[in-house]
Write a new protein. Structure first.
Ligand SMILES: [Fe+2]
Ligand SMILES: [Fe+2]
Length: 282
């Protein structure tokens, strides 16, 4: 959802009042503002019956020349299955070459950037004093969507598994299932945009329900749940974090292979190479 900067600033008492606020207060204010807007939007859409059904979304499949679940790197400009403008989307750009022995920073700068959603989610986690592992999980949580949007939590977990703690991998893998299940105790509600993306009458498939039950009973449930509570969608021009804000955390919790990601013979190496070379014919 788009945030109207002027409206947000006005709701907080003007530019001067916003300038006085701490980073954390701004993040909290933005969240409150978004929740209010989303509630209003949901009420309005319900009235208009605007959300599609599962069957309506399925009927759109054969109107496309592309598959919905392919990764962002392969479908630039895509927003939750909707290309802006031309129905086939914007033309792709020639990608910059990756350096030898590429690190996570190289992949982030050359294949993921701007990565605003990841950076803003991690910044929110940091502002809320979450643990370093939760902040890292937030920074990595939708990385899998660069390669494949379908089952992005599992793709993301597989990508990072050889390089981060089991807890970070767990949080990334299970945030996907947890997003479908509210947890009022920590203020997590079903995302309104899922009504749009999955259909108003969508029921998660059994493997997602099983994954939720497993994660809900797991000792690391809180880690995965924290990824969902810091999952921030709207772009806010006032919060503009940089990957450098998380460099110390990444360096402490992400083990870089000396050969570079993609060239270290782990079970994830081919996945990183596919991000490095998405224009390779085979
Ligand atoms: Fe996600
Ligand atoms: Fe996300």
């Amino acid at each position: 959802m788009e945030v109207d900067r002027g409206e947000l600033i006005q709701s907080l008492g003007g530019e001067a009042a916003v300038a006085e606020m701490s980073h954390e207060q701004r993040a909290d204010a933005l969240e409150e503002f978004q929740i209010g807007k989303l509630d209003a939007e949901m009420a309005a859409r319900k009235k208009r019956g605007k959300f599609p059904t599962v069957a309506e979304l399925e009927s759109q499949i054969e109107t496309r020349t592309w598959r919905l679940g392919s990764g962002k790197l392969f479908r630039p400009g895509d927003k939750m299955g909707r290309f802006e403008g031309d129905s086939d989307g914007p033309q792709v750009k020639r990608l910059p070459k990756m350096p030898p022995n590429p690190s996570f920073y190289d992949y982030f700068a050359l294949r993921v950037a701007p990565g605003t959603h990841l950076l803003q989610s991690a910044a929110l986690a940091k502002a809320r004093n979450e643990s370093e592992e939760v902040i890292l999980a937030c920074l990595l949580h939708d990385l899998g969507g660069t390669l494949m949007k379908t089952d992005h939590g599992y793709w993301g977990a597989a990508l990072i598994e050889p390089y981060v703690s089991e807890r970070v991998t767990f949080a990334v893998r299970y945030h996907q299932a947890l997003r479908f299940f509210p947890d009022p105790e920590v203020g997590y509600e079903y995302p309104i945009r899922y009504f749009e993306a999955f259909g108003i009458d969508y029921v998660p498939p059994p493997y997602i329900q099983d994954a939720y039950k497993y994660a809900r009973a797991h000792k690391w449930y809180g880690l995965a749940r924290s990824v969902t509570t810091n999952d921030l969608y709207a772009f806010n021009p006032d919060i503009n974090p940089s990957i450098d804000d998380f460099r110390d955390i990444i360096d402490r919790h992400f083990r870089h292979p000396p050969e570079g990601l993609g060239y270290d013979n782990t079970p994830a190496a081919h996945m990183w190479r596919s991000m490095a070379n998405p224009d390779a014919p085979l």
